[in-house]
Design a protein around this ligand. Sequence first.
Ligand SMILES: Nc1ncnc2c1ncn2[C@@H]1O[C@H](COP(=O)(O)OP(=O)(O)O)[C@@H](O)[C@H]1O
Ligand SMILES: [Mg+2]
Length: 226
Amino acid sequence: MLYLENLVYHPPATPEPILKKINLKLAPQQLGLIIGRSGSGKTTLLEILAGLAQKTSGKIYWGDRELTPMELQYLGGIVFQFPERHFCGSTVLEELRLGHPELGRMQVKQALQEVGLEHIALDTSPYALSGGQQRRLALAVQLIRQPNLLLLDEPTAGLDWSMRRQLAKLLSKLKTHWTLLVVTHDAGDLLPIADRCWTIERGKLQSVEPATLLAKDPKINPVLNT
Ligand SMILES: Nc1ncnc2c1ncn2[C@@H]1O[C@H](COP(=O)(O)OP(=O)(O)O)[C@@H](O)[C@H]1O
Ligand SMILES: [Mg+2]
C-alpha cells in the first residue's frame, strides 16, 4: 500500500506550494490515475515519489514503513514523459542492461515478454522500433529492476489511437503484478482501467470515482470492451 500523508512541496522561490497537503492511498496491484492540466504538479509529485526530489513536509509510506528518498528510489520505477527521447543504448539489450550489467539474458527476455516485445531481436537499435514499441521498451527498462511501484508520466502522450489502446491493455495486464500510479492530462484511454482516480488542480488532489468521470464524458471509449 502506498500512503501519502499531507505531502507538501514548496520550493522557497515559489510564492505558493506546488503540492498542497496531498493525501492518497493506493493498494497493491491497483492502478491509480491522477488527472490534471499542464502545470498542475503531476510530474513534480512523481519525482518526489521516485526519490528524485525532496518533499518539503508530509510523509510517504509503503505499508507501515515511512520511506526516505533513497528507499523510494529502490521502491519505484519511473517512466518519464517521452522516455524514448532518452534512450542511450545502441541495442535493445544494452538499453535494458544500462546500469545493471549483472542482468542475465533470462531476465532480459522476461522483461521483454512482460511488455509483449519477446519477438524483438536483442541487437535491434531502440531507434528502429515503432513509437508504441519504444514506449514498451521504456517500461521494460524499469520492470527489469523489479520495482514495487511503477510511476508513469503521461504514458500515452504522442501515441496514435491504436497504440494508446494497446498501451492501456498492457497497463491493465501489468497491474496484476505491479502497483501503478499514472499521471496524465488526457484520461480518455486510461480511465476504463483505473481502480482509483484523483484530479489535481494547482497542487491540490481530490479523489473522484472513475465511474463518475466515465459517465460524465461520453467521448471516453471503454477500451477494454472491444
Ligand atoms: N523546483 C521547482 N521550482 C519552482 N517551480 C517549479 C519547480 N518544479 C516545478 N515547478 C513548477 O511547478 C508547477 C508544476 O509543474 P509540473 O509538476 O511539471 O506540472 P505538470 O507535470 O502537471 O505539468 C509548474 O508551474 C512548474 O513550473
Ligand atoms: Mg508533467
